[in-house]
Design a protein around this ligand. Sequence first.
Ligand code: KG4
Ligand code: ZN
Length: 364
Amino acid sequence: MLILAIESSCDETAAAVVRISENERTILSNVVASQVETHALYGGVVPEIASRAHIEAISPCVEKAVSDAGVTLSDIEAVGVTYSPGLIGCLLVGVNFAKSLAFSLGVPLVPVDHIRSHTAAAYFAEPQLKAPFLSLVVSGGHTSLYSVPTPAVYEEIGSTRDDAAGEAFDKVGRVMGLTYPGGAAMDALAREGFEARKAGKIEKSEQIRFPSPAINDDTFDYSFSGLKTAAVNHIHNLRQKKGLDKKDMLERWEMAEIACAFTESVVDGICKKLALALDNTECKTLVLAGGVAANSHLREGIQRLCSKKGVKLCLPALSLCGDNGAIVGAQAYYEYMDGVRGDTDLNAYASGEGAMAAKAIRRI
Ligand code: KG4
Ligand code: ZN
């Protein structure tokens, strides 16, 4: 089935054409127009600017996706679109564009949940992947663990009670003076920090320990706000001690040690709850997904845990961890097969709960 998929939930306008069936998962094109540079000026995503940028980018993005795929619009058999969760003004741009396109082409419209799309990146990484599996989605807005009994049924079994891991990475990066979004730069800095520790260049007394994001109970829940605040306070205190101004950069080795200690807490905390969930559910396949799934330390930590537990780990390609259209297309296929359809009155929803409460999608 040839699916054109559209994504506009946050700060990337994306469109892709995928060919998917029970035996094939092929990405024919995957176009992403990122607004990161625009928002970096403000240190975070400005929703109104993001919506306007989506309006400007969406037509050229879709046109390029169709031409890169070497197909024409008349070949498209369904249009998939992210309709929730995300920034409401941003989602509305994609939803309205997809609605018009699907109805003008006379093909089904398939609304897709953004978190499910992140998980769907694993279908390309692992051509044999089939539900049931567990999925840990770690992104800028979410840190949630799902049991996925079939590809179109997601049961949340754990989540963060406050901030998401990606949000915490970005905040700590920003306070240290890194460009938004700081996740990838924190990853590289942390590598320097781990290497410095290993080489004995950082005394034990200089090594920082931050609190764990794993909640100390028998749920599979996290809390990243305490960890985030501890790291931010540490940076402020260090600057104060050194007589530095708010905007002054710390020394490179100090930043590397902070990134390393922060990452250590994130990875250990995530793995702790994951180990509990794997033991409790006895699930033998795990998908790691979302923008933070690109983090090299998290990938290594979860890989180690899965090897120890005899669990098969599906890691999406780095290029498919962030927001893009191909992952929306993959999930749209499974939603379509499950009978999910969007009508002309399809709306966008900022939260997954909002979409559920509104009974936003129709099943045939
Ligand atoms: O999934 P995503 O593209 O957007 C959301 O749906 O939220 O995730 C974006 C998040 C940002 O917070 C970004 O800093 C983070 O993913 N990120 C990383 C890395 N690459 C992206 N965080 C840690 N390490 C990375 N290598
Ligand atoms: Zn995302």
